[in-house]
Design a protein. Sequence first.
Length: 296
Amino acid sequence: MSGLGVPDRPLVQSTEVGGVRIHALDAGTVRLDGGAMFGVVPKPLWERRIPADERNRIPLALRCLLVEAPDALVLVDAGVGAKESERFRDLYGVENEGAPTRLEDAIRRAGFQPDDIDIVVCTHLHFDHVGGLTVLDENGVARPAFPRARHVVQRGEFEFAHRRNERIRASYVPWNFDPVAEAGLFDFVEGEALVTAGVRVAPTPGHTPHHQSVWIEGGGRTACYLADVCPTTAHLPLPWIMGYDLEPLVTLESKRALWQRALDEDWLLIFEHDPRVAWGSLDPDADRPALRAAGG
């Protein structure tokens, strides 16, 4: 995939975590306002990391994760999907064309079919993470894209998504997740939970009050799919926090706790939105959070 300011990325990148096979799926690209993505960080600093286009937008990957867990095939997040209008796609610079989207193409490239998915984990319910949970049928009605899969989300996140106040309602689009609930496909969790053998979730609040990250564990090794607690490698420094975050000081403490454990246990960190880097581990010799080695 290539476009203005968007690097070419492989459709699928694969590795193993203690014998558990994982695949980073490139579900496309969106472009969001650079100032909103970096909050109080001055533009001359963040633009060195990810240059903005003429509309001050920066390219961001839609990087989902496919986990070949021992007892289930697990998809983490689902990208933007293909339901939105041309105006929406232009506003957010969406590039995710495929059959029907780039996510499904990536699942097939990894050796599976969308119907093979047993579990979908939702880190939170913003449109760029769960738009692909539903598709439009021939009557223009949204229906679940993974009808045989259980969908895992924090109960508090689902409830929060329905508050519909002016600050958050643009991020939470009901047709992305309400049809999943109406079909009885959500498994709501509260706090840390085992999803299936080798895959667990735990709250990493700040971006939203009930945001969760995902851990893949096997053979004494750990990978952490960070989602929006740290969307790109440029957000590794503790105070580099998105303006989109509802509770930025909570994000800071979530990151502090994560980075300490990531260093102590040598985690593989997976970045959902970095336009170039899929994953890497923290450098124990760096004077502030930085990657030692990265894939992508």
